[in-house]
Design a protein around this ligand. Structure first.
Ligand SMILES: Cc1ncc(COP(=O)(O)O)c(C=O)c1O
Length: 384
């Protein structure tokens, strides 16, 4: 086949936010118009309504919305008094925000390696990281597993280790909200969960947004105060140092409408991921969802033979097919984070994955002909 036969076809989006906008357009316009009419732009009625619906959806007792996923992580750590001298264990195969939150509070992130199959935090490396932290005179305080690309981390193993070491678990479900592990939705593991409503996330708003989930009433109340400068609900006193970390009412109104179709979108994402797996399983290492887990497929990320990635990405780009690399340079290699400790044994899997992974277009509105274009182009690129 002529290798350039497809060049010139219209580009396809990596995430088609506009397709969802078309499906929901009228409802969202009306929801935003209601906020414009009542003018309660900060902590208006939609914020409370959304929080109740998020709690019901996830099964967590409390959902507290906030300004971003990064704020959600930071507010939980702040509420727990995490700071100087504390070790917070994080994978390095993640977005910088997972590590940035503890570092901003003066704590020391300690980098942990990930599992080769799931891309999520590796229990053995976590155990080593705890020993590394102790050797360096740090106080092991918390672990932040990340449900990377929408797949839950192995929450049972993490809980066991966390209990043995006296750590609290803060689940970073920025990419995984909506997924489940052994029959329970994310938002219900560990002490608390953080998620992001960044527009490209499986449940995204039209700006920045995030939420904290917890069963712990006191923690939920503290986070409600910390997102308003440390002024606890119903009190005039600023009792703690806090931030301006609220979710805008307009974003809450958008999310209420999007949450109505979220489960349906999760099912569509799973259909699309299954189809990718069937068509690409013999040319690349495709993601596998372990028994008892479900994913929300924030990304569909495959592994290519070493050295093949740049050529494949360029070939797909020439055919109007975008790809992304999460994460070509994991946080432990960035200037801001190079000084923080790495688990004994290093991060060999993280380093290997960072050279091999590539993410393909994935969203709930990816139709079969468009998906076939991605699959065919990828196969052609790999056959070169
Ligand atoms: C794993 C992870 N954690 C945290 C965040 C931070 O979320 P936000 O961009 O809403 O601050 C993101 C967002 O990209 C993420 O992917």
């Amino acid at each position: 086949m002529n290798q350039h036969a497809r060049v010139g076809e219209p580009p396809i989006p990596f995430i088609d936010v506009a397709a969802q906008r078309r499906r929901l357009g009228g409802a969202i316009d009306a929801a935003v118009a209601r906020v414009l009419a009542h003018c309660q732009f900060i902590l208006g009625p939609e914020v409370r309504e959304l929080e109740a619906e998020l709690a019901a959806f996830s099964g967590a007792r409390h959902a507290v919305s906030c300004a971003s996923g990064t704020d959600a992580l930071t507010l939980i750590l702040l509420a727990k008094g995490v700071g100087h001298g504390d070790a917070v264990f994080c994978p390095s195969f993640t977005f910088a925000a997972s590590v940035e939150a503890p570092a901003l509070l003066g704590a020391s992130p300690v980098f942990v390696d990930v599992d080769e199959e799931t891309f999520n935090i590796d229990a053995l490396s976590l155990e080593r990281a705890v020993a590394t932290a102790k050797q360096q005179g740090l106080k092991p305080k918390a672990v932040i597993p990340v449900d990377l690309f929408g797949l839950p981390a192995d929450h049972d193993s993490i809980a066991e280790l966390a209990e043995a070491e006296g750590l609290f678990v803060l689940d970073d479900a920025a990419q995984g909200f909506g997924a489940s592990y052994k029959g329970r939705k994310l938002g219900t593991f560990g002490l608390a969960t953080a998620t992001s409503f960044f527009p490209a996330k499986p449940l995204g708003c039209y700006g920045d947004g995030g939420a904290v989930f917890t069963d712990d009433e006191e923690l939920a109340e503290t986070v409600r105060g910390l997102r308003v400068h440390g002024q606890m609900p119903g009190k005039s006193e600023f009792s703690r140092l806090g931030v301006t970390g609220r979710l805008d009412t307009i974003q809450a109104a958008v999310l209420i409408e999007k949450l109505k179709i979220f489960q349906d979108e999760i099912e569509a994402r799973n259909r699309i991921a299954r189809r990718y797996g069937e068509k690409l399983g013999n040319v690349a290492i495709v993601p596998r969802v372990p028994d008892g887990y479900t994913s929300v497929w924030a990304q569909y990320t495959i592994r290519l033979p070493k050295g093949a990635r740049d050529g494949v990405a360029a070939a797909l780009k020439a055919e109007g097919i975008p790809t992304a690399i999460y994460y070509a340079k994991p946080p432990h290699l960035h200037e801001a984070y190079r000084r923080y400790p790495v688990a004994d044994g290093g991060l060999p899997v993280t380093n290997r994955l960072s050279h091999e992974v590539i993410s393909l277009p994935m969203h709930a509105y990816l139709d079969e002909p468009t998906q076939d274009r991605v699959v065919d182009a990828l196969k052609r690129a790999l056959a070169r």
